[in-house]
Design a protein around this ligand. Structure first.
Ligand code: HXC
Ligand code: NAP
Length: 294
């Protein structure tokens, strides 16, 4: 287990006014809590206004920080612009963005309707595009700098994965957008980075990716060389760093935080960890015997 405290010093995010899409639940909520504790002001947005209201009230109480919310479907560019305008009016300016909202579910691709495929692309890729484009235009126009954008992707953004193909395609697109804008908009004082988490238990993800008996059958912790799932604070610390001025020279990066999970899946012989010491004794003799004959 790692250190479960907040990594950055008190006040490290003072002056940061951050929009967190999907900030009313799961990882978005956990990250928002840490941003608030570090002195940031936060606007959370998603579709469900009741959930946002409850989360904002809870986080304001527990952290004493300034948190506002706005119902917003990130698929709707006008709603996204309204959310940004609301944030600027209420908080004075916005200079941080975490594109965290997502939709996802497991399904064999051939079972998907065109709309079932689109809904994921629309939330993840177009939603991130909508927020990024609206905020980018505002940052350029208003001359706000420095700015930090963090896009939450996944490791299958670069490996690909079956059974979550719309999500993989969308997250791959978000990663390409991250790297592209890191170059193009650096001249305006904006940094773009991505974070690729491995398994971090949340209700939203587990209900849709590991329904029913799949939780036991495909226990995510068993795929992680470090033998455990992630703690929300570990992700929140990393993203806080990327939003802070401590990371001022980090731009266009994707940081994986997965306990080694994707490399475990990538190494062709990693499954050999199931072989016992006794079996290895026999196998070694077999190989050595062949070596002598050669
Ligand atoms: C096949 C499905 C389906 C399923 C929905 N659809 N669920 N198709 N299998 N299990 C189809 C519907 O039939 C419909 O197509 C289309 O998708 C849209 O469905 P709606 O219910 O109308 O969509 P909507 O209400 O907008 O809800 C969006 C959603 C839902 C994505 C389907 O799950 C949602 O609200 N998700 C938000 C939260 C979330 O997904 N969190 C998890 C993120 S985890 P038709 O043709 O019938 O109209 C994550 C982790 C990544 O990203 C990495 C992990 C390691
Ligand atoms: P989650 O709680 O389901 O978070 C998704 C959030 O997105 C919800 O708050 C949801 O709120 C919001 N959202 C969905 N559709 C939206 C829309 N159209 N407009 C605005 N908001 C919308 O799941 P999570 O696990 O915390 O996921 C957070 C992020 O981490 C996602 O980007 C996910 O891909 C990524 N991730 C998670 C894991 C993991 O193990 N948990 C691993 C890798 C990557 P509403 O329903 O109110 O709209």
């Amino acid at each position: 287990m790692g250190n479960t405290g907040i990594m950055l010093r008190d006040g490290a995010l003072e002056g940061k006014h951050i929009i967190v899409t999907g900030g009313g639940s799961g990882l978005g909520k956990s990250m928002s809590e840490v941003f608030l504790r570090l002195g940031a002001k936060v606007l959370i947005c998603s579709r469900d206004e009741n959930k946002l209201r409850q989360a904002a009230r809870e986080l304001a109480e527990t952290t004493g920080g300034t948190i506002i919310y706005k119902a917003c479907d990130v698929r709707d560019y006008e709603a996204v612009k309204d959310t940004l305008t609301y944030g600027v009016e209420q908080l004075g300016y916005i200079n941080g963005l975490v594109n965290n909202a997502a939709g996802n579910f497991v399904s064999p691709t051939e079972r998907l309707s065109p709309r079932g495929f689109d809904v994921i692309i629309d939330i993840v890729l177009k939603g991130t595009k909508n927020m990024t484009l609206a905020a980018g235009k505002y940052w350029i126009e208003a001359g706000v700098r420095p700015v930090s954008v963090v896009n939450i992707v996944t490791t299958y953004a670069f490996t690909g994965s079956g059974y979550v193909v719309p999500s993989a395609a969308a997250k791959g697109g978000v990663l390409a957008m991250t790297r592209s804008l890191a170059v193009e908009w650096a001249k305006y004082g904006m940094r773009f980075n991505a974070v690729a988490p491995g398994p971090f238990p949340t209700k939203g993800a587990w209900d849709r990716l590991l329904p029913g008996h799949l939780k036991e059958k495909f226990d995510p912790a068993k795929r992680v060389p470090l033998g455990r799932v992630g703690e929300h604070i570990e992700l929140a610390n990393l993203v806080s760093y990327l939003l802070s001025d401590y990371s001022a020279y980090v731009n266009g990066e994707v940081i994986v935080i997965d306990g080694g999970e994707w490399l475990y899946g990538a190494g062709q012989f990693n499954a050999f960890e199931q072989i016992t010491d006794e079996e290895w004794d026999v196998l070694e003799q077999l190989i050595r015997a062949k070596n002598r004959k050669a």
